[in-house]
Design a protein. Structure first.
Length: 107
């Protein structure tokens, strides 16, 4: 029984290791299509399993990204300022991302 538990634990840890990554902050200019795409591809999940969700770069998308980046949602700020706040957070903190689970952990 202990061997089975050990094997199962090894499988779970291995799966988690294969599906988890630590992305670097985007090097693209903030608030550009490439910057939005990088965040959407590497950091935050803003849509469901069927691909439904806010348009990348929209106000609703920005709200979701700010929440997931552990920032206060500041829809009263300009889009450029919001992007810069997100970029600063990505540069100053480490995110551990598991896209399969739809989770990003902040260190």
């Amino acid at each position: 029984m202990k061997i089975l538990v050990g094997v199962m634990l090894l499988v779970v840890v291995g799966w988690f290791g294969v599906t988890t990554r630590i992305p670097g902050p985007p090097s693209e200019k903030t608030c550009t299509e490439k910057w939005f795409a990088y965040l959407d591809d590497n950091y935050f999940t803003t849509s469901d399993s069927e691909g439904h969700g806010p348009d990348v770069g929209s106000g609703e998308w920005m709200n979701s990204v700010e929440r997931q980046a552990k920032l206060a949602v500041r829809s009263d700020l300009s889009k450029q300022v919001r992007c810069e706040r997100i970029q600063t957070q990505l540069e100053s903190r480490t995110f551990i991302v598991n896209r399969v689970l739809g989770r990003a952990y902040l260190l």
